[in-house]
Design a protein around this ligand. Structure first.
Ligand code: FAD
Length: 160
């Protein structure tokens, strides 16, 4: 395997950008991720790769549930705010208002056009990210017309 070719080829995979969030026992974590996809119709499963040494990984592992906040094409600034460590202040997370998700209690951002909550069914613990498989148990839509944020358009990379 040529590491340079491997890197260039894997960077040609296309992604969206989402804020994944979780809460458990008063602890809350939220981070922007791109390694996320639907993985089954019935039941409706998604898979997400979370960095093993992150707070987000620790809280998802305990809560066994998370929310996926779908960002719109004009919400690059929201994505950027969740690259840094989670900070909850004045009822906001990293500066953004949120409320607990109806089904799992995972934080749902007030600004996003769409979101869903999912319960973890499996965790593949291998490498520097854990792949969580989770069943979608609740979904919410504020703006059906919103165009989702496309990672390629941002010029950012996470992969290779
Ligand atoms: P962290 O900085 O990881 O954690 C906050 C604090 O918690 C730190 O002080 C840390 O020391 C502490 N902490 C760490 N682990 C624990 C623990 N086990 N228990 C208690 N405290 C702990 N990340 C992904 O996982 N998947 C992706 O697909 C992904 N895509 C990205 C794409 C881009 C373009 C970029 C720039 C980043 C991406 N990231 C991804 C990284 C991700 O956005 C950040 O790691 C995320 O914001 C971390 O949030 P956090 O609160 O967990 O922060």
């Amino acid at each position: 395997l040529d590491p340079q070719v491997k890197k260039q080829v894997l960077r040609k995979l296309t992604y969206g950008l989402y804020v994944v969030s979780a809460a458990q026992g008063g602890e809350l974590a939220a981070g922007t991720v791109n390694w996320l996809s639907q993985a089954s119709f019935t039941p409706p499963l998604v898979m997400v790769g979370l960095k093993v040494d992150s707070l987000l990984h620790a809280v998802v592992d305990r809560a066994r549930a998370f929310a996926v906040n779908v960002l719109s094409a004009d919400q690059k600034d929201v994505a950027q705010a969740f690259f840094r460590s989670t900070e909850v202040r004045d009822g906001r997370v990293n500066g953004y208002a949120f409320e607990p998700g109806a089904t799992t209690g995972a934080p749902v951002l007030a600004v996003v056009p769409a979101w869903f909550e999912a319960r973890v069914t499996d965790a593949v613990k291998r490498g520097d990210h854990t792949v969580y498989v989770a069943e979608v148990v609740h979904a919410g839509l504020r703006d059906p017309q919103a165009r989702p944020l496309d990672m390629w358009e941002t010029g950012w990379f996470y992969g290779g």
